[in-house]
Ligand binder design. Structure first.
Ligand code: SAM
Ligand code: SF4
Length: 405
């Protein structure tokens, strides 16, 4: 790596809340079914201590924060008071962009909280907004009762619709709905109806994921009957068209933002955009991952925190489980694995700044991908040439990424 090429990217913060009411049979996230009361106060204290250790370890006191994402698990199980206390403590630890304070209306950063429709009562969204949350991400998954049942969800169709309407009125700046397709016994018509119902609720952002069967899940040990490949392709093709006709612009493999006439507000998820642009992020909480660029040392490091809540909350143990430096060999694939998910173009100058590696470390592979019509470029002999994944490249993204291995 040539450290003179490296620049410090925006810094985000991911906060993991590991509890759920029930464990869903398809889910491989670090989430645990609640057996007793959530140790809210202890967890908030441990998160703050975890953050302090990261700030000292990476000398981050001078870097402003770009975004916060509170994910899980089910963060909406936490009280708004606990979220407020957590956010106040977190924000007070970062450099302010101006004398107005980091979350004054002038400097407001995006703060997302994931919510499950079955865990929110009428006032909770309003209280989360008052606590500082600016964006809600609601896990709806489907609008069909039998699909929700099969997915082990604790909410019903009506609760999902109510949650979306509450989000509109809560005072947050924007909200996202998570929807899945390719569900057990789902027909093309079922999947498109789900999408149309989601659109009728007018979320600012839609995340539309194809269900994947992950190892170590109940669905993996006892696989459900999934739609045939031809049905899956049709769901995608027709679904993309429905979304686009309704004003939802795809900017990432599974992410769509609502674009309204004359609207200047960007509805892309700023936090996830920072991941996909190979930005930096701290990860605090059970099993959370982080990535930090140290421009002085010319290295990029990754952190992993203790995974199980019992171990993470153990006062005799430090939250950090693992710290390693990403090697030069790993960086091209890691950069592309994130960046090629996006529909916008990138330049090799950006690649150099984010990885500290010379453009030549990927240029031959990009040209190979160009010859396979999986990528195109405005000017492949210039470092400022704009590289973009083609429609074919996005359809066969795994094959495209394998070229960089
Ligand atoms: C971090 S998860 C959980 C958020 C929240 N706890 C919930 O389930 O509503 C974020 C989203 O990933 C998606 N997801 C989770 N497991 C998946 C899988 N196996 N295949 C596809 N999408 C999945 C779901 O849409 C989920 O809402
Ligand atoms: S509610 Fe979300 S995080 Fe929890 S088990 Fe279900 S999918 Fe996983």
């Amino acid at each position: 790596m040539n450290s003179s090429l490296l620049t410090a990217p925006p810094l985000s913060l991911y906060i993991h809340i590991p509890w759920c009411v029930e464990k869903c049979p398809y889910c491989d996230f670090n989430s645990h079914a609640l057996k007793s009361q959530i140790p809210e106060a202890d967890y908030v204290d441990t998160l703050v201590a975890d953050l302090d250790a990261d700030i000292a370890r990476f000398d981050l006191s001078e870097r402003p924060l770009h975004s916060i994402f509170i994910g899980g698990g089910t963060p909406s199980l936490f009280s708004a008071d606990a979220i407020k206390s957590l956010l106040e403590q977190v924000l007070s630890r970062f450099k302010k962009n101006s004398s107005d304070g980091i979350n004054s209306s002038k400097n407001k950063i995006e703060i997302t909280l994931e919510a499950n429709p079955g865990t929110v009562e009428a006032d909770k969204f309003i209280a989360f907004a008052k606590a500082g949350v600016t964006r809600l991400s609601i896990g709806v998954q489907s609008f069909e009762s039998d699909k929700l049942l099969k997915l082990g969800r604790i909410h019903n169709v009506n609760q999902a619709k109510v949650a979306a309407n509450l989000a509109h009125e809560s005072g947050v700046k924007s909200f996202n709905l998570d929807l899945m397709h390719g569900l057990p016994n789902q027909s093309l018509e079922n999947a498109l109806d789900d999408l149309k119902t989601a659109i009728s609720l007018q979320p600012d952002h839609l995340s539309w994921y194809q269900l994947t069967i992950e190892p170590n899940t109940a669905f993996h040990s006892k696989p459900p009957k999934l739609p045939q490949d031809e049905v899956l392709w049709s769901i995608q093709d027709q679904g993309f068209k429905i979304l686009s006709d309704a004003g939802y612009q795809q900017y990432e493999i599974s992410a769509f933002r609502l674009v309204k006439d004359n609207e200047v507000d960007d509805k892309q998820c700023q936090h996830n955009l920072n991941y996909w642009n190979f930005g930096d992020y701290l990860g605090i909480g059970c099993g959370a991952h982080g990535k930090i660029t140290d421009t002085k040392k010319g290295i990029i490091q990754r952190t992993v925190k203790v995974k199980h809540p019992k171990g993470y909350l153990d006062p005799n143990r430090e939250p950090l489980d693992h710290l390693n430096t990403v090697t030069d060999d790993e960086l091209p694939f890691e950069y592309m694995m994130n960046r090629l998910r996006l529909f916008s173009s990138f330049t090799l100058a950006e690649y150099q700044q984010r990885t500290g590696l010379a453009a030549e470390t990927v240029l031959p592979i990009l040209r190979q991908a160009q010859s396979k019509k999986m990528m195109d470029c405005s000017n492949s002999s210039s470092i400022e040439g704009k590289w973009r994944v083609t429609q074919l490249g996005h359809r066969y993204l795994n094959d495209l990424l394998e070229l960089f291995l």
